[in-house]
Design a protein around this ligand. Structure first.
Ligand code: NDP
Length: 461
């Protein structure tokens, strides 16, 4: 967050004392401290003249998870060796509803990353307008290179502990990096088997067992609907704009698809091995056929993005690089946290990028965020941009409770209007004199207000 947000001397002093406390209590948890800094730097000026929030220690309590569950996940590989991973569920804040947030399976997962994600999730879920608290979980298990049966045994073991901590009115996890439809199916099956209950304790389920239409597309499509709203705010449109996208998973491929549907040009996608770029003068970017091919490559064949360059002659692969050096109008980082640093931001600004929307969670380092804001680049923060995913998860919960299934066009309309309403809340709290919108501040304050009001009502809990 731009340091200019914390302006008066007294507010500055409170803020730095608060951050010192957060750092001391969360030693070595840099991602979590980074996420709290970004939110608190915008909230402190907002509550400067509202003493009740200080008296009731709202921000102190918000930066402390209600509960963290950490557990052993033993499983056996195909050679019969016993392997042990660590699993977590961070139940961060249930002020406005049951804990809700994804499960991530990736070797980089640790408590700091899950705390940052759970903290962010609390504000994001509040922004959707639905009654959902914030949570996140996962494991340092690496699904890459594992057989189908190994992934199944791991998921079953993970759920054999997790089942006792979740419930349709308590905590409803979903997918995230490394957890897609396949893993959700294995975990839901194990829950049902252990408890003998068929209830909506996970979202992102298959359509034949309680999943919602549009959930797969929701995060990526929602992100581009948010971009569309940001552009309309300045009387522009997605049509004809060139767009850099990183990642090639669920969020990235659906973001690329929606850009294309709205007449834009998705120029890049990536994975941890490098990025692909559409080349040729007047390149129209990736086609639907190419996006479908990449979805199949990633979801079914579980291959590498470099293979797209062997298949299509207008695509080239840049090994070990990220896409931020390619000239474009818009950037939508959609892979993982801290994938855009200050240097990348400077390159993008120099190349003429005018809008950055975070479809992944916290993909921009603080230095990058500061650079974008200072350069007047319109910056959409993750908790607003990617809220469509959890928004449709909330709609999946409603359908499960009512035992109904809405059709695709109904859900697409609901997603689009949810993203518009999130955008409008950001404008309400983030509009500056001169008409520009500080989306970062707008999203943080709009997300904060509802959770804080509920916490005030509960007293000291
Ligand atoms: P997927 O697992 O489907 O895809 C993740 C993509 O990011 C892959 O292309 C992966 O490449 C790449 N990636 C992961 N880690 C790294 C890394 N360290 N360096 C470079 N690339 C990396 O995940 P999703 O698309 O679901 O999630 C992407 C982001 O969006 C995450 O930040 C997630 O938290 C966020 N998000 C997802 C939601 C959803 O509904 N799925 C909802 C809201 C936010 P590789 O295959 O090489 O690892």
């Amino acid at each position: 967050m731009s340091k200019s947000n914390v302006s008066s001397t007294k507010t500055k002093e409170y803020f730095s004392r608060y951050m010192e406390g957060v750092e001391k209590r969360n030693l070595g948890e840099s991602e979590f401290v980074q996420a709290v800094y970004e939110v608190a730097s915008t909230i402190f000026p907002y509550i400067a003249d509202k003493p009740i929030y200080h008296e009731m220690q709202i921000l102190e309590r918000m930066a402390e998870p209600e509960r963290i569950i950490s557990f052993r996940v033993p499983w056996s590989d195909d050679d019969g060796n016993i392997r042990t991973n660590r699993g977590w569920r961070v139940q961060f804040n249930s002020a406005i509803g049951p804990y809700k947030g994804g499960l991530r399976f990736h070797p980089s997962v640790n408590q700091s990353i899950l705390k940052f994600l759970g903290f962010e999730q609390t504000f994001k879920n509040s922004l959707t307008g639905l009654p959902m608290g914030g949570g996140k979980g996962g494991s340092n298990f690496n699904p890459k290179g594992k057989s189908e049966l190994e992934v199944m045994r791991f998921c079953q073991s993970f759920m054999t502990e997790l089942y006792r901590h979740i419930g349709a009115d308590t905590d409803v996890p979903a997918g995230d990096i490394g957890v897609g439809g396949r893993e959700i199916g294995f975990m839901f099956g194990q829950y049902k088997r252990i408890t003998n209950h068929f209830v909506g304790i996970l979202t992102g389920k298959g359509l034949s067992f309680g999943g919602s239409k549009m959930r797969t597309e929701a995060t990526g499509y929602g992100a581009i609907f948010f971009v569309q709203n940001m552009l309309q705010q300045i009387r522009e449109d997605v049509e004809g704009k060139t767009v850099l996208i990183s990642g090639s998973g669920n969020v990235a491929t659906h973001a690329a698809e929606k850009v294309l549907q709205l007449g834009g040009k998705p120029l890049t996608l990536s994975d941890s091995g490098g990025f692909i770029e559409c080349v040729g003068t007047q390149s129209d970017g990736l086609t639907q056929e190419q996006i479908d091919w990449i979805k199949e490559l990633k979801d079914v064949r579980r291959g590498r993005i470099s293979e797209a360059a062997d298949e299509f002659n207008n695509i080239i692969f840049h090994a070990g690089k990220r896409p931020w050096g390619v000239a474009a109008d818009i950037a939508v980082p959609s892979a993982t946290q801290n994938e855009v640093n200050g240097e990348d931001a400077a390159t993008m600004i120099k190349n003429g990028v005018k809008l950055v929307a975070e479809a992944a969670n916290m993909p921009c380092e603080q230095a990058a965020v500061d650079a974008f804001v200072e350069a007047g680049v319109s910056f959409g923060p993750a908790k607003a941009v990617n809220a469509g995913g959890v928004g449709v998860s909330g709609l999946e919960m409603s359908q499960n409770s009512a035992r109904i299934a809405w059709d695709e066009s109904q859900l697409a309309d609901m997603l689009q209007s949810m993203m518009k309403s999130i955008h409008d809340s950001c404008v309400e709290y983030g509009e500056e004199s001169g008409g520009t919108v500080n989306y970062l501040r707008g999203a943080n304050i709009a997300g904060f207000v509802k959770v804080a009001e509920a916490m005030l009502s509960y007293g000291h809990v």
